[in-house]
Ligand binder design. Structure first.
Ligand code: ACO
Length: 339
């Protein structure tokens, strides 16, 4: 069967920076508490009319430049986001911003902090089974738009960013996407969600609705609640499920924790990174971490950290990476890849 490999990375972050001290001005917290519990010191936030689509397109453009691939040669754009600027999907707007004249297929993938891993899997399926050649996988989120800025337990964690990789078809002997392991558990929604708000006007009496009489019409416009999170439960979930998932993906690839070059986890919290690494017996110097500067950027965090590690020369050609995403849904999953 066909192989697929990663041939370019790119990222982009908003310029507006919010430090822990800045947060201490709006909620009852302090730099020390946040740094010790999370490892996070700064995060970036989209302001005013800044657009996530523009940020995602910038990241995608950089990935294409690194790969030396023209926008017209892209045949699929996957936008992994849970904060689209259009309820119907953002990906076609990125395709437009890139100026692809060939009208490549573009669609969104919604899986919160696991979105990018799901995007990689989808890219591989489209390449192996669908004959696609150049697939842009973009992870981009602006959770700042849904954070409850009065909740000190969650608002300190999140930031906005975009990251992208170009996945390209290749001969099977050059394959760089070795194995996956993917899961979800809808029962865990109560621990982390930003759900549609229930409003009574939207409740249609189906019994009477079927014969034409509806309680309230027209229905009220729907809206979403802020992010609601039980931090302790999410922490426990991540530390329990992520090592298992990575182990099973490693096993499928015939590898072990000690044989990988890099552990690249969704950048949620340094304590989660440390705990997962220690369970897998991966030494700290082989764990990629940039969350001090950006916080938890949801679907963007893995490609953002990968891009930094590639451009700084940390991740070199031929290196093996165990990547894992985890978050709302709940969803979690791992991918073993070679740069
Ligand atoms: N500053 C100061 N004190 C705080 C803050 C804050 N920002 N937040 C909470 N506290 C207080 C609490 O009120 C509590 O006080 P109390 O003991 O008087 O009641 C105390 O600190 C301890 O609070 P906990 O919530 O028990 O703190 P914990 O050690 O669990 O750390 C944290 C909280 C950092 C949120 C941690 O649970 C965590 O990181 N969990 C994972 C969350 C996560 O990664 N979520 C995103 C997943 S990805 C996605 O899909 C979006």
């Amino acid at each position: 069967s066909k192989g697929c490999k990663l041939v370019g990375t790119g990222s982009a972050v908003p310029s507006f920076q919010v430090s822990n001290d800045d947060l201490a001005k709006i909620v009852d917290t302090n730099d020390e508490w946040i740094s010790v519990r999370t490892g996070i010191r700064n995060r970036r936030v989209l302001t005013g009319k800044e657009s996530l689509v523009a940020l995602a397109a910038e990241a995608a453009r950089k990935a294409l430049q690194m790969a030396e691939v023209e926008p017209d040669d892209v045949d699929l754009v996957l936008m992994c986001t849970s904060t689209p600027e259009d309820l119907f999907g953002s990906a076609p707007q990125i395709q437009k911003a890139l100026g692809c004249k060939t009208n490549p297929l573009a669609y969104d993938i919604t899986a919160a902090c696991s979105g990018f891993i799901l995007g990689l899997v989808s890219a591989a399926c489209h390449i192996r089974g669908g004959g696609f050649q150049n697939v842009l996988v973009i992870g981009a989120d602006s959770l700042s738009r849904y954070v409850d800025w009065t909740d000190r337990g969650s608002c300190i964690l999140f930031g906005d960013a975009a990251g992208a990789v170009l996945v390209q078809a290749c001969d099977s002997e050059d394959d760089g996407l070795f194995s996956f392991d993917l899961h979800s558990d809808g029962d865990g929604k109560r621990h982390l969600n930003a759900s549609m708000e229930e409003n009574e006007e939207n409740e249609v009496d189906h019994a009477s609705g079927s014969n034409g009489s509806v309680l309230s019409f027209p229905p009220k416009r729907s809206s979403y609640s802020c992010i609601q999170m039980n931090g302790k439960e999410v922490f426990r979930f991540a530390v329990r499920c992520v090592p298992q998932s990575i182990e099973s993906a490693l096993e499928k690839a015939g590898l072990t924790g000690s044989s990988i070059d890099w552990l690249l986890l969704h950048q949620a919290n340094q304590r989660i990174l440390d705990a997962v690494a220690s369970r897998l017996e991966v030494p700290p110097e082989r764990v990629i971490s940039n969350l001090a500067n950006y916080g938890n950027t949801s679907a963007a965090s893995i490609p953002l950290a990968l891009d930094e590690a590639v451009r700084s020369g940390k991740v070199k050609a031929g290196h093996t990476i165990a990547a894992a995403g985890f978050g709302a849904g709940l969803t979690w999953g791992s991918a073993i890849l070679r740069w």
